[in-house]
Design a binder for this molecule. Structure first.
Ligand code: SF4
Length: 348
């Protein structure tokens, strides 16, 4: 049996049934692929269903406000994915009359769409012969053929793309790609199930005892540390929130007013710095802050060391930061916040 036949055979028995499989609506396929970047299927599934139920078409997404889109995304992280999708939806409506691009190149021109997503939408929605290449596919194919080219490089992408196009042959691209993705994530996992693998006989990595050595990865830079002091300032059931607008993490999300430090602060140092910040920047003299907790929050490229200090204030500030507002408990629930702030406000 040739590669594609074996793969399809395996897929018919073990492939996953997912709400975005077996459909040809490019909008829904695109939404699912963007959600699943950096997100596990179990978590992404609920988000996908809520997203397409609230915004069922590209026109609906284009017409939504950024806050509405970010609120649907809240908790998923990597918010630039949601902002890019929103921009791309507007691009499709304004420049293409609402018609989704139906070529690989057209898809690639959309904001936030890279080679992987373009190939997924092109193959699943339009059955174009574009192989999907993600971490799971790199792992499976590099082990099966004993390829030691460092992955996530342009050279590796071209090499795997050319090989997979040959292997795809005359198969239906949507079925081939779905099978490839599932095989990499269910069978040829980080700890693979070689005993039951239909490719066990021809697998180079297994034969040469290189399973643990492939794929070859380029060393990643360690995440950088950042130290934040968050000022929780309340009057009755209302508190001050500030929207992040800079080109930085969590742009567009709401959070407590923030003071960024050069390094670690003790709880008492955080209280003193917060009081000075409140006096100088917000005109709130003599505010007494109390340490309210600290979290270490890990993002892919950054580790955030967050210290929270809290104060009950008698009046609202005399000086206002741009994009700062008073939010009641009810309003807070509708404002998109990062997972870190959500954890704090929920008292976790
Ligand atoms: S034999 Fe093991 S390492 Fe090789 S393709 Fe199968 S699951 Fe992956």
């Amino acid at each position: 049996m040739v590669f594609s036949e074996k793969l399809e055979h395996w897929y018919a028995e073990f492939g996953r049934s997912l709400p975005w499989r077996g459909i040809s609506d490019p909008y829904r396929i695109w939404v699912s692929e963007i959600i699943l970047q950096q997100t596990r299927i179990e978590q992404g599934w609920t988000y996908y269903e809520r997203f397409v139920e609230s915004l069922p078409t590209v026109e609906a997404l284009a017409a939504a406000s950024e806050e509405e889109v970010l609120a649907l995304w809240q908790g998923l992280g990597y918010y630039s994915r949601a902002r890019n999708m929103h921009t791309a939806a507007r691009q499709i409506v304004e420049q293409c009359g609402g018609h989704f691009p139906d070529s690989y190149e057209g898809l690639l021109s959309l904001k936030g769409v890279g080679r992987y997503t373009a190939a997924a939408v092109a193959s699943f929605a339009y059955r174009l012969p574009c192989p999907v290449i993600d971490g799971n596919v790199y792992r499976f194919i590099s082990r099966l053929y004993g390829i030691a080219t460092p992955i996530a490089t342009d050279r590796a992408y071209s090499e795997f793309d050319a090989l997979l196009r040959k292997l795809m042959g005359d198969c239906r691209p949507d079925v081939f790609n779905a099978a490839l993705m599932d095989f990499g994530s269910l069978q040829c996992k980080v700890v693979p199930q070689c005993e039951t693998c239909p490719f066990a006989v021809e697998c180079v990595a297994r034969r040469e005892a290189k399973v643990g050595l492939l794929p070859v990865k380029v060393e990643k830079r360690p995440p950088t540390d950042r130290w934040f002091i968050y000022l929780d300032m309340r009057r009755h059931d209302s508190l001050l929130l500030h929207q992040r607008t800079e080109k930085d993490i969590w742009r567009g999300l709401w959070e407590l007013p923030l003071l960024e430090c050069e390094g670690e602060c003790s709880p008492s140092e955080a209280e003193t710095k917060a009081a000075a910040f409140a006096a100088e920047v917000l005109g709130l003299q003599g505010t007494r802050f109390r340490f309210a907790g600290s979290f270490v929050h890990k993002l892919t490229h950054r580790t955030i060391h967050a210290t929270f200090v809290r104060a009950e204030i008698a009046k609202w500030p005399s000086k206002w930061l741009p994009n700062m507002k008073v939010a009641t408990a009810e309003e807070r629930g509708k404002m998109p916040v990062s997972r870190l702030i959500d954890r704090y406000l929920r008292g976790m």
